[in-house]
Design a protein around this ligand. Sequence first.
Ligand SMILES: C[S@@+](CC[C@H](N)C(=O)[O-])C[C@H]1O[C@@H](n2cnc3c(N)ncnc32)[C@H](O)[C@@H]1O
Length: 312
Amino acid sequence: MKFELLLENWKRRIKEMSEGKPKAAVLFDGAGFARLGLEQAGWDCTGFELNPIAHWLGSHIGEGKSYLKDVRDVDLSSYDAVWASPPCQIHSVANNQQSATEGKYKVDLLNWSLEIPQRFPNVKFLWVENVSKYKKKENEWGSVYNAAQFGEEPRQNRNRVIGGNFPEPEVEREYKRYYYELKDKVCPAITASEWKWSKTDKRRANRWFYEKLGRKATYHELAYRMGLDEVPSEWDEVYNKLLELEKLPRKERRDSLSDIENQVGWSQEYPNTNLTTKRWRNELIRAIGNGVYVPMAKRLGETALKDFHKEE
Ligand SMILES: C[S@@+](CC[C@H](N)C(=O)[O-])C[C@H]1O[C@@H](n2cnc3c(N)ncnc32)[C@H](O)[C@@H]1O
């Protein structure tokens, strides 16, 4: 009898385990946009990110399961899928807020990412995402998608190459580099340097916002255009606390400011630079512009999940 009970428990446990969500590692997690899309699709996601500020931002997105860790030190042997968004191959030179350590986030890990299944054959699905380049040949390592292909009401025209090993997702419209017919509804690609905007700068989405609204976009509006319906309240809380602090005399600010700087990873990333509302906003915009369009990650995740369950 005792043995039967044990067997029964064991069978139940196996069933529970097999019905659990499949696991996805999200490498280069940034502020967690790709992870959010995969979570929405039904994956159990764990992020890995090296930049302490991006990591703090991401820890308030979705389930928030993310570790501050170099992706090269992650053991992927227990994951069914991997999403990797290595640092973009095109770097903005219009970035004068770089810290001395920032170079370490820009090591080219595109091939390292594409070779993951050779190191971890257990990984059934791999999405490696990066910016698309103008020369077709340079995008041949994957397929080019436009964010505006995903969903009835797309929010952004954002071209990205996705390589690796994954089933092709269904899309609402055929690929085009630019959807002229949607130009009033869909904003151009949001760059990580959107904060460094000027009215004449054609390279940034803010120009589109300026034409529409007579002002640049808020970080809430930019996040919405990335497919994030609501900005985490913690991001705003920091902004509001900084606003309050800035009203105090300098001497009285220091302790509270240090607390906030430690909390969000600012003191690690920029040890000699005080955090201000403006710097915080710029950091948020940088993380948003670096993100993955959430509905695109969601659709890719859903398609792979269907395949995953078919195979079972
Ligand atoms: C393009 S962003 C990723 C955006 C993210 N997938 C999203 O959707 O929000 C690239 C990120 O990789 C991080 N990164 C660069 N090198 C890394 C490494 N070796 N280990 C972990 N993260 C790294 C950068 O700090 C940056 O946040």
